[in-house]
Design a protein around this ligand. Structure first.
Ligand code: 3SL
Length: 243
């Protein structure tokens, strides 16, 4: 009997409904930039992050006195404390704080996945620690790419492919879907130089136009983070820190 667990890749939140019931762990990925910002926040001592899908919910939290990050189409939404740049989450003022975050696609994907048994945050920044941790879980795993407004994107797919490639190589996992095979091959093509590989990708161009080249470089440089954020009762907290 084949005792291997499944790992698959879902390209967009819109396709999640075709996958959702079979997986005990859903890894939500938004490399540019929501899940990279979330990993960075935990690396820098943020206590918890409440992800919210809408600006209205974000405003409600702001009224209650929370520090709130809000981004739409790459820009900080007027009236909020910060947006989605990982550099905003390195600030000392955020240490030990419970903060709120709403972004175009990343927090939407977290919202869609919130009823899964376990929801984990993945990015290129925590690719290595996360893949190692997932390999020990003996559970079926779905990598959910946030995409861009429900369309496929390269950066999330590459990250999902990296997780899948690691897990398959342990011999303890298998995959069936063509999306997973495609993600793996894209990862193998991109892994030596993700920033260069994504040069003409749509979101890299979008962020470059907004003068966010430093964010791009940071988010597309793998394995600087040791944090594995996990969703518990509507809040992201840090699962562990691996030195
Ligand atoms: O879509 C999102 O959630 C954001 O990460 C997009 S952006 O990188 O802030 O433009």
């Amino acid at each position: 009997m084949d005792t291997r667990k499944h790992v698959e890749v879902c390209f967009t939140p819109g396709e999640y409904k075709y996958f959702k019931d079979e997986y005990e762990i859903v890894v939500v990925i938004d490399v540019l930039r929501a899940t990279s910002a979330i990993c960075t926040a935990f690396d820098n001592g943020v206590n918890s992050i409440i992800p919210v899908a809408s600006i209205e919910e974000a405003r409600e939290y702001q009224k209650k006195g929370y520090l709130v990050g809000a981004e739409r189409k790459g820009e900080i939404v007027e009236g909020f404390n910060f947006g989605n740049s990982p550099y905003s989450y390195m600030k000392k003022e955020l240490k030990d704080k419970d903060i709120v975050l709403s972004t175009t696609n990343g927090t939407k994907a977290l919202d869609i996945a919130k009823n899964a048994k376990n929801v984990i945050v993945g990015s290129l920044l925590n690719l290595e620690v996360l893949s190692k941790w997932l390999a020990k879980q003996n559970k079926n795993i779905l990598c959910l790419c946030s995409g861009w407004q429900d369309k496929f994107n390269l950066e999330d797919t590459i990250c999902a492919g990296g997780i899948l490639e690691y897990l398959i190589n342990t011999g303890k996992f298998t995959s069936d879907e063509d999306s997973s095979i495609a993600a793996k091959y894209l990862y193998l093509s991109a892994k030596d130089n993700p920033l260069g590989y994504l040069k003409s990708s749509s979101h890299r161009r979008r962020l470059k136009k907004l003068n966010l080249s430093e964010d791009l470089k940071y988010c597309l440089t793998p394995n600087s983070s040791k944090s594995i954020p996990v969703l518990k009762d509507g809040r992201l907290i840090k699962l562990q820190s691996i030195e």
